[in-house]
Design a protein. Structure first.
Length: 244
């Protein structure tokens, strides 16, 4: 029954978040932890559900969007290398510190959703810059157990990349990071496979619903406000739990 509940939660979150073009794993992780799941296991399950959501959305959007491979490839390679390193680093960092950083990440993501304006300026697209960005985001993503798209997208836009093309590139590279992080977690986190399957299946169905049924019926701007509120509440609870 618990796994069914977790699957339903993943379904709801994935449908909501995919409508706004975001991954649901960042919300699923603290919710699982609040429901009694070990934080490292919650991160492993959350990153895998995020992978399924992103991969599903990428597949559904592939025919109507154009991928700029010269931007996506350096990011994908650096994320694939450094995200697993960040996951291994989490073994040696105090758990409360990681939870605090995760809460800050949730606050950052929520604030960007509400207030960040996408304005392209001078474009900085040299491969070494993209590799450095991918390495930094990969380390943070691996440490926190998130795909990194919510960090990567605003960085690319601030560097002058077209917002729509940046979103396509991010949707392409995030599954690489998520897969690398999950495989890395497998080396030191005992996986609850029924839980993992229930959450992943719910996330895939939710992503399908968000892309096909809700996208044209809900306004992304309004959905982002709801998601931001959820993330602020989760961050507050996580900070309270960590600091008390």
């Amino acid at each position: 029954m618990h796994d069914l509940l977790y699957g339903l939660i993943a379904f709801f979150l994935s449908a909501l978040f995919s409508t706004a073009g975001a991954g649901s794993g960042m919300a699923m992780i603290p919710i699982l932890h609040f429901l009694g799941v070990d934080f490292n296991l919650a991160k492993a399950v959350g990153i895998f559900s995020g992978f399924t959501t992103t991969a599903t959305s990428t597949f559904l959007n592939a025919r109507r969007k154009v991928l700029e491979i010269r931007v996506a490839l350096p990011l994908a390679i650096s994320l694939l290398i450094f995200a697993p390193l960040g996951a291994q680093l989490s073994r040696f960092v105090d758990a409360d510190l990681v939870k605090g950083l995760f809460a800050i990440f949730l606050i950052f993501t929520a604030t960007m959703m509400l207030f960040y304006k996408k304005k392209a300026k001078t474009r900085y697209d040299r491969p070494w810059i993209l590799i450095l960005i991918g390495a930094a985001v990969g380390m943070i993503s691996g440490l926190l157990g998130v795909g990194g798209g919510n960090l990567l997208l605003p960085l690319l836009v601030m560097l002058g990349f077209d917002p729509k093309k940046s979103a396509v590139a991010v949707s392409f590279v995030v599954p690489f990071a998520a897969a690398g992080i999950f495989v890395s977690y497998l080396t030191f986190v005992p996986i609850d496979w029924p839980l993992l399957i229930a959450v992943a299946f719910g996330a895939m169905l939710g992503a399908f619903l968000g892309n096909h049924l809700l996208h044209d019926r809900l306004k992304p701007a309004q959905v982002k406000k709801v998601i931001a509120l959820i993330l602020y509440l989760l961050a507050a609870k996580l900070l309270w739990q960590t600091l008390r």
